[in-house]
Design a binder for this molecule. Structure first.
Ligand code: ATP
Length: 138
């Protein structure tokens, strides 16, 4: 009870705080599930990630290349979830009004996802093309 009171004191503005780590994980998983269900881009990114991992295993990428690929995949997916979170926050505050600042916030967070996606395409091509050359030219 004391612990809960302390938590509530530090997070007075929060509607609810997690009581333990497992519940925190459940909320975090809900966030991923929500983004998957509601963001078309996230679904496309997951599909691309899945195909990249399959192509990577067909081309027998080595461990370090795989780790680089995983890093780029997770950076895109993570940013897409943050983008969804920013969009929701903006909509919560602005509702259905037009606001230049809302536009900047949403465009910038979409821009961050775009940059990470371009980076992952460049890295994917740099990893796959040499391996494909080796496979098909030999
Ligand atoms: N309240 C607003 N005021 C001004 N511009 C807005 C506002 N809401 C959305 N926009 C503009 O519309 C664009 C699309 O916004 P929206 O919230 O629909 O995101 P989205 O592109 O559908 O994102 P996602 O596909 O990731 O769900 C924004 O990037 C922004 O330029």
């Amino acid at each position: 009870m004391k612990r809960k009171a302390k938590l509530l004191k530090s997070r007075r503005r929060s509607y609810r705080t997690s009581k333990n780590v497992l519940i925190s994980f459940r909320y975090a998983f809900n966030g991923i599930k929500y983004t998957f269900k509601n963001s078309r881009n996230f679904k496309i990114q997951v599909l691309f990630a899945f195909f990249s991992l399959i192509i990577g295993s067909i081309l027998q990428l080595d461990k370090s290349d795989y780790l680089i690929m995983l890093g780029t995949i997770f950076s895109v997916l993570t940013l897409e979830i943050i983008n969804t979170s920013i969009e929701s926050l903006v909509d919560l505050v602005i509702k259905k009004k037009f606001s230049n600042l809302a536009k900047i916030a949403k465009d910038c967070s979409a821009g961050a996802v775009l940059l990470a996606s371009i980076n992952s395409v460049i890295i994917g091509l740099c990893l796959f093309i040499p391996k494909m050359k080796l496979l098909f030219l030999n």
